[in-house]
Design a protein around this ligand. Sequence first.
Ligand SMILES: CC(C)(COP(=O)(O)OP(=O)(O)OC[C@H]1O[C@@H](n2cnc3c(N)ncnc32)[C@H](O)[C@@H]1OP(=O)(O)O)[C@@H](O)C(=O)NCCC(=O)NCCS
Length: 169
Amino acid sequence: MHTPKDSRTVMTDLVLPSETNPLNNLFGGELLARMDRAASIAARRHSRRIVVTASVNHVAFNRSVPVGSVVTVEAAVSRAFKTSMEIFIDVWIEDRFSGEKTKANEAIYTFVAVDDTGKPTEVPALIPETDLEVERFEAALRRKQLSLVLAGKLKPKDATELKAIFIDK
Ligand SMILES: CC(C)(COP(=O)(O)OP(=O)(O)OC[C@H]1O[C@@H](n2cnc3c(N)ncnc32)[C@H](O)[C@@H]1OP(=O)(O)O)[C@@H](O)C(=O)NCCC(=O)NCCS
């Protein structure tokens, strides 16, 4: 049995001046790269395969991250499909004085497990445990369908679970 806990990957690092924008806040592309790294380790821990980033489904840069901040990127598989995995990434910054962590950003990436030739290969199922994990697991199919529709890989009429959220009950 594989749970999100088994894939959880936590990476903590400083924000250096060379990684900032002209406002001395963390450059968005640097944060995307940090999240990609943590997410790829989480996907690898779940699948024990080579994994590649298939899509970045959602990124919210809710708070800027000043130079000198201690940033923690926490990634875990939120759902496994046949060959793809959704990875949820939470980003925290640590208060310099109290050490208290505040959520700064979040993102959702899709990774695909591949064999040595780059061909997609099956991954184990994931069983969510906590309420938050169940919530993320249940919404993941809608997000997969949205991502595939936007990529032109799924017809909107076939995105059944996604369409259902727009229908008044
Ligand atoms: C990701 C990749 C392996 C998918 O290959 P593909 O030919 O589309 O393969 P498939 O159609 O069989 O899709 C494989 C899985 O990816 C999922 N997928 C493909 N595109 C997706 C997208 N845009 N959003 C969400 N899921 C996607 C499919 O739904 C399928 O999932 P499932 O097997 O769990 O149902 C291939 O496009 C690739 O190698 N891309 C380059 C990856 C890379 O180099 N990333 C780093 C960028 S620098």
